[in-house]
Write a protein that binds this ligand. Sequence first.
Ligand code: ZN
Length: 356
Amino acid sequence: MLYRKYRPQSFSQVVRQEHVVRTLEGAISSGRIGQSYLFTGPRGTGKTTLARIFAKALNCAEFGKKGAVVPCNACVACLAVNNGISLDLIEIDAASNRGIDEIRALKESAQVAAPSGGYKVFLIDEVHMLTKESFNALLKVLEEPPSHVVFILATTEPHKILTTVLSRVQRFDFKRITPGDIAGKLKSIARVEKIQIDDDALLAVAKSADGALRDAEVALTKIRSMIPSGQISLAQVSNVLGLIPYTYHPQFMGYLASGDKASAVALIHSIHDAGMDLEHFTKEFISYARGALLSRVNPTLSGSIEGPEAHNQFVTLASIDNDKLIKIINVFTLARSQIKFSPIPQLPLELAVMQL
Ligand SMILES: [Zn+2]
């Protein structure tokens, strides 16, 4: 799997979470290590990856040496973490170990010194899944942690974390990774792996991942296994990942702009007949229209959301004015919410076309 192979091993390789990296590196260089951290953010944004790098840095042989870059990824302790055999880093998946017994075992383990004599790091992933009883037991440990222990709690749902816990931890919010950033990382992987793939195809992979770098890397693995040789095109990627070809969006927009209702409706029918999900198509079309609107207000902004090439794809939409774009977005947002409840899935979209 590419995502395992290219998982960042040091702070500098982490994409997009500079605000977290800077603070953690600062803690390491100053030697002021907190005892409880909470990493929150959408899935696939690097929470456990960064937690492992931090844990590795704390027990790295270079830790505390002036001017050293940690983790060094060369000492025995670093290699143990990289190979998943470190006894100083204890990972608990709270989704499958949510009971009180696990937390009691954790509590006992926390009292015992780290085998290396350094820090013992507990990484509790999906911590919001713990039962209430377990959470209270965990809170007791967080209130008086042994000095050699560091807790890193990770969650995709911070609103489910008790405020009593929140008050005990240093919290970091991980950002969703932009399609542009994801495409950049995929491009560097493709280069090393000698995967020949068009830029617009990479961007489509990046967009389909919805901010989760890991999902994009998994998708790239899948594409490579399905298309082992030759130059990979956008059409092939769309096919492998079941994406709606994004040529449909400008095409549909063109019909709406020129008032060609018959062709717009025909396109809706052909998408539906091809077995593609209309709700998904509408979501992506709205996102496309939004990109077009944003690119007028601020081309840099749409570039950071949609990737560097984004602005160019909207040039052809010059004939639609902003008011019409806004109307299109509103009408189709409403239509999308109705698809699920409609006896005929195409109907809300057909009505939306008529209404414009
Ligand atoms: Zn090291």
